[in-house]
Design a protein around this ligand. Structure first.
Ligand code: FES
Length: 318
């Protein structure tokens, strides 16, 4: 999804927020109004196969006329984050937005903010806004170790006593059940992290009969249960077979071959790109948050925009 009018922004600075995480400061040609917390910027990244759009949450909201985004370098990605890490001051990038798709609840319900990895970026702005409202909130931030968790120290300093760091290398882990239990009834849970975490949290949330409107999430479809590997997809009724390389989605591969598939979010949330699996020689690596646990276990459908096959080939109908 695009953030509307395209503008050219200039890179003011690129700093290291943590290992493999760049903090990129951008200046717009004319200052934008300060966007709501949780907003993101759509950036056009240059890839060998052509330009693509990536969405990056704003680390802060540009009160000084500058916009800052944090980008984690993905070594198994399609190259967008590597291209972003190559930017230097003075470079120009095409941007659209800011776009507000992860808004704060307007009410005064207690809030828990759960971030994992680079998912901390929108949470920074949300937490700042909750603090300025004197809201009842707390933050759970999961990552490898404090040294690898961008903005961990700033977060603790800005929200004393309200931040729980779960460092996996030090035995810390996030239990979706505990996080959900820590949200008072009627409270709101904001989650930004990998698909697997979102799925697990959503499952507990549903099991507890909580209101879907009180679970707000932002996804990044980067992590599956299996390493990404190339595979082949065949659309039986069309007699079309294409390769799906690492770094390319099934949806992209099929579209490039002229196969029409409906889609919208491209983030595994809306289910519009679902295809029916007729046969597969490997398990489906579901990376969406749309399908239910039962649908995933049945293995008869998958979201072509984010999910993959952990095998050599799959035959589908779409
Ligand atoms: S396009 Fe929304 S789930 Fe794939």
């Amino acid at each position: 999804m695009s953030g509307g009018t395209q503008r050219v922004a200039t890179v003011e600075a690129r700093d290291e927020a943590a290992p493999d995480i760049a903090l990129i400061t951008l200046r717009l040609p004319t200052p934008a109004p300060v966007p709501p917390p949780g907003s993101h910027l759509d950036v056009t990244v240059r890839l060998p196969g052509g330009d693509e759009t990536r969405s990056y949450s704003l680390v802060d909201l540009g009160h000084d006329g500058l916009l800052r985004i944090a980008v984690r370098r993905r070594r198994d990605g399609r190259g967008g984050s590597v291209w972003m890490h190559s930017l230097t001051p003075g470079d120009e990038v095409q941007v659209a937005g800011p776009v507000d798709e992860f808004p704060l609840n307007p009410g005064s319900a207690p809030s828990v903010l759960l971030a994992a990895g680079i998912g901390i970026t929108p949470v920074l702005g949300l937490a700042r806004a909750l603090r300025s409202r004197s809201s009842d909130y707390r933050i759970v931030y999961a990552g490898r170790s404090c040294e690898h968790m961008a903005f961990a120290q700033e977060l603790e300093a800005a929200h004393p006593g309200l931040v729980t760091l779960a460092e996996s290398t030090r035995g810390g882990r996030v239990s979706p059940a505990e996080v959900v239990a820590g949200v008072p009834r009627g409270g709101v849970l904001y989650v930004c992290g990998p698909m697997g975490l979102l799925r697990d949290v959503r499952q507990v949330w549903q099991q507890e009969g909580r209101s879907p409107a009180d679970l707000r999430f932002e996804t990044f479809g980067t992590s599956g249960d299996h390493p990404a590997r190339p595979y082949q997809v065949t659309v039986e009724r069309l007699g079309v077979t294409v390769q799906v390389p690492v770094g390319t989605s099934m949806l992209d591969a099929l579209q490039a071959a002229g196969v029409e598939i409906m889609y919208d979010c491209l983030r595994g949330e809306c289910g519009l790109c679902r295809v029916r699996i007729l046969e597969s020689d490997g398990p489906v690596d579901h990376r969406d948050v749309f399908l239910s646990p039962r649908q995933r276990a049945e293995g008869r459908q998958m979201c072509a925009c984010v999910s993959r096959i952990a095998g050599h080939g799959v035959t589908i109908d779409c």
